[in-house]
Ligand binder design. Sequence first.
Ligand code: SF4
Length: 259
Amino acid sequence: MKAIYKPQGRAAEYAPLAVNLYTGCGHGCTYCWAPQVLRMEPAKFFGAPKPRADILVQLERDAQRLQGSPHPVLLCFACDPYQPCEDRHRLTRSALEVLLEHGLAVSILSKGGLRAARDLDLLAASPQPHAFGASLTALSPELSSQWEPLAAPPAERLAALRQAFELGLSTWASLEPVLDPEETLAIIEASHSFVRHFKLGKLNYHAKAKEIDWRAYRRRVKGLLLDLGFWPNERQGDFTPGSYFIKHDLGRWVWSGMS
Ligand code: SF4
């Protein structure tokens, strides 16, 4: 089985290559789609995450095969590389060492907050163009804890992004799912000086999604980013600083005329 794979569907809009280090995730986000996709019992997925069997051996083999690839490897889609059990396993740093030894660039995506910042030294010392990202759904810790009860609070995620920026890494934020458009706009206002690329999506597969005017949201978020000097970047899996990317599901609501 491959460790590094080519994401399909919506995930492909984020990265051409990815690896999932853990089976399961202890962040317990209420909107998490991973148990369904992986066909796992939610109780097992959220309650007993563990390192994937032989993941470092598989990763070494795949990294050798992909040596010199220009595409960054995203960690992770179907788990968080800096979820709470990473304190015990210290798997992510080992995985980063394997990827970096083979000259591969990485892009981190985490809600782990400052836990996610502890390997930034490794990325900052490496010549490849690495990117460090966080998922941000709210600025309000109360709203975040309702939906992401065991993830780091938003302020910690922002602090990790600021550290990455100060170390010279490309920084980015995944602004989905959108729980409240006002919160998402506030995140951009609060972070645009040190978060240099934004990926924009919406809320899917949830009754609350029908309550939001997505066309109005798209217009406002795009206007804000243009006012702040960001430019629209249509390249999938690209993290160029100073740009933003609108995912197909958010764009579709405008082009199809639905609201
Ligand atoms: S951090 Fe990601 S993988 Fe983990 S529970 Fe939340 S949505 Fe699922």
